[in-house]
Design a protein around this ligand. Structure first.
Ligand SMILES: Nc1ncnc2c1ncn2[C@@H]1O[C@H](COP(=O)(O)OP(=O)(O)O)[C@@H](O)[C@H]1O
Ligand SMILES: [Mg+2]
Length: 232
């Protein structure tokens, strides 16, 4: 079965595309066949992919496709999804009508947030959409909130400290234990130098790789938990 993971936050630009690129690189490194679908009109993912092509740095095991409408997404998934172990869907940072079908196809939705009120609210909106769509169609889509671009300064802010109680206690969704720290390597790969996993192992890359592996372990745990529930 193809596993579908999407990145959604209708009120943020804090790392959806970056997170998916890193996750894709990790699964590809394990030998999985990964498709990435770019549903964002800004086409950052597609641009990255063509830059990688120009630099002869397209990673093995990953294919990127542009799909701007829900209809073409449906057609793609019905026709081609079974060729891939993972489908990773990238979405725009605004509220749009194509989000519902994306959630409908997803096993897991990740909402990246920078500690800003707007982005936290975007992640909560997303979780509420998932509940609504799961209930309407007996779906089992999971949700997780991923803190991104974290620095020591950010950790001192009041909002940062409130994230866990808000997300876990008040809202009741999953907060990834692993945080994505603010790192230049994440910016550098956007220039078309392939995935994080293809970068020369500098101390900074090693840290970023470790962070990414921990996030993927959390994803695997979330998804295997969903399977158990499904079976029982
Ligand atoms: N952890 C990070 N550290 C440093 N820069 C980051 C990090 N995550 C994202 N960025 C940068 O922030 C910008 C927005 O990230 P992006 O992944 O494109 O967000 P989104 O897809 O949600 O709009 C990009 O320029 C990206 O390189
Ligand atoms: Mg993006």
């Amino acid at each position: 079965m193809t596993i579908v993971i999407s990145a959604i936050n209708g009120k943020g630009g804090a790392g959806k595309t970056t997170a998916l690129m890193n996750i894709a690189g990790e699964y590809a490194l394990r030998g999985a066949a990964v498709a990435m679908l770019d549903m964002d009109g800004r086409s950052n993912l597609t641009k990255w992919w063509s830059d990688c092509h120009d630099k002869d740095a397209q990673p093995d095991g990953i294919s990127v496709f542009g799909h701007k409408t829900a209809k073409s997404l449906d057609a793609f998934i019905q026709r081609h999804a079974q060729r891939f172990d993972y489908l990773l869907i990238d979405t725009p940072g605004e509220d749009i009508s194509t989000i519902d079908p994306v959630i409908g196809w997803s096993d897991l939705v990740i909402s990246p947030i920078q500690p800003s009120k707007r982005e936290v609210l975007g992640a909560i909106d997303c979780f509420q959409s998932i509940i609504r769509i799961n209930e309407a169609g007996a779906g089992t889509c999971r949700h997780g909130v991923l803190r991104t671009r974290i620095s020591l300064t950010v950790r001192q802010t009041e909002l940062y400290r409130k994230i866990r109680p808000i997300i876990e206690d008040k809202v009741g969704t999953y907060l990834f234990r692993t945080e994505v720290m603010e790192r230049n390597v994440y910016k550098d790969i956007q220039n078309g130098t392939g995935t994080l996993q293809m970068q020369t192992l500098s101390p900074a890359v090693v840290k970023a790789r470790r962070e990414t592996q921990e996030i993927v372990s959390e994803i695997d745990a979330l998804l295997s938990h969903a399977e158990e529930e499904h079976a029982s």
